[in-house]
Design a binder for this molecule. Structure first.
Ligand SMILES: Cc1cc2nc3c(=O)[nH]c(=O)nc-3n(C[C@H](O)[C@H](O)[C@H](O)COP(=O)(O)OP(=O)(O)OC[C@H]3O[C@@H](n4cnc5c(N)ncnc54)[C@H](O)[C@@H]3O)c2cc1C
Length: 379
């Protein structure tokens, strides 16, 4: 074995050991023991605190360059940390959208001024972000969004309604895809704007999910000013920026968190049904598919370090399809056959998992991408 392969392996092992030690002492006991008894507000407070704890401990933005407050490591370390955090039953921070979507977007397409202004307060947990893409009449057909940002002196006036905006209730900022050139053709008429949510003209209405949780909202913008300096990329280049974001949403750090949750659910099923021969085949299938997700995740991490954005987007579409449909199958078995004492957990997971084949691009859309861009089939 060459020294070039030995050194990174040792570093990764050391990183994992340090992270495990950090998590053992950092995860709040009340969160670990009392999740079923905490109110929604209490859970949000733990999640907000967790962002600060990660920052304090040096575990925020593991793959973000050090000049912006990250650790300058790779996606592999992000994945390992998520797996360990899941095992330690750590909370999921509220800064998730900022870390996994906004920061990579600004690093790839933003200006130096935007990176310096926004990334540090994402890293230290002070500013929560949300994503303003979907609209009541435009989801899968994202290029058809109707929100408009009209040119005014020094910037734009934004008008329109976004929906299913996760974390909007907590967010200080939102990255919004809007039409800025209504006369230009499809894909060339959009721009990506960074919107300050703490100003007149922004209104937020909660939307309750089928699981009972309130994780998202409808967000309206009425004559909201956005300065030119808060446009990411050139005017009319919003579609390209949005594609970068969707690639990260399908295949990046986000998925590592989902893998952890699925692994934990499969282990829970193995613990209660593993000795019963009637479930042996189904459990084996779920177990193998879970590890295939892990393999595909590591492949995405490799592609990420290679910088091949197109291959990364294709691998992300495969990954999104694999984990989202797997998780629904896992929760289906759980709700039908796990002991009645665990029904609260399985009902919640089953209902939460309904959403995963929809957000970040539905399963049908992922299959379209695979058919067209991976298999090269005709439209
Ligand atoms: C929990 C959750 C959180 C979300 N968070 C956010 C957020 O933070 N920000 C944000 O902007 N959005 C968010 N979304 C919205 C999400 O991105 C959209 O719901 C998704 O893109 C689908 O759009 P739609 O709901 O308008 O459905 P539609 O696009 O109307 O689709 C309806 C059905 O038709 C199918 N379909 C549509 N077009 C095609 C096609 N060309 N070929 C085959 N089938 C097709 C779809 O697969 C789906 O089954 C969230 C959604 C959920 C469920």
């Amino acid at each position: 074995m060459s020294t070039t392969t030995v050194a990174p392996t040792r570093d990764i092992e050391r990183f994992a050991a340090d992270a495990e030690q950090f998590l053992r002492s950092a995860v709040p006991t009340r969160w670990q023991q009392g999740r079923g008894t905490l109110t929604s507000d209490e859970m949000d407070e733990f999640r907000r605190q967790w962002d600060f704890i990660l920052w304090d401990g040096g575990y925020s933005g593991l793959s973000i360059p050090t000049e912006y407050g990250g650790r300058g490591l790779g996606l592999a370390e992000e994945i390992i940390f998520h797996v360990l955090a899941g095992k330690a039953q750590a909370p999921d921070g509220l800064a998730r959208v900022g870390k996994s979507l906004v920061t990579p977007m600004l690093i790839a397409r933003g200006s130096e001024q935007q990176r310096a202004k926004y990334i540090p307060s994402i890293m230290n947990g002070q500013e929560v972000w949300c994503q303003g893409f979907s609209e009541p009449q435009a989801g899968s057909d994202l290029a058809n969004i109707q929100a408009r940002a009209r040119r005014v002196d020094g910037g734009y006036l934004l008008n329109g309604t976004k929906t299913w905006t996760s974390f909007a209730q907590h967010a200080r900022r939102c990255f919004v895809l809007a039409q800025t050139q209504p006369d230009a053709g499809r894909y060339r008429n959009l721009s990506m704007l960074l919107v300050d949510m703490d100003q007149p003209g922004v209104s937020i209405s909660d939307i309750r999910q089928i699981s009972g949780a309130v994780h998202f909202a409808e967000t309206r913008f009425d004559d909201v000013f956005v300065p030119d300096s808060d446009r990411v990329g050139e005017d009319g280049e919003g579609w390209k920026v949005a594609m970068k974001v969707l690639g990260d949403e399908r295949g990046g750090i986000e998925t590592a968190a989902r893998y952890v949750e699925i692994r934990s659910d499969v282990d829970a099923l193995l613990a209660v049904l593993g000795d019963d021969p009637q479930y042996a085949s189904a459990l084996r299938d779920l177990d193998i598919r879970t590890e295939l997700v892990h393999w595909q995740l590591m492949k995405v991490a490799d592609l990420d370090s290679s910088g091949d954005e197109s291959a990364l987007a294709r691998a992300g579409a495969v990954l999104k399809l694999m984990w989202s449909e797997l998780w629904q199958d896992v929760t289906r078995l759980g709700i039908a056959h796990a002991p009645v004492t665990q029904q609260k957990h399985w009902s919640y997971q089953y209902l939460e998992a309904r959403a995963v084949t929809i957000y970040g691009g539905s399963s049908e859309i992922q299959r379209n991408i695979l058919a067209e861009r991976v298999l090269g089939l005709p439209k």
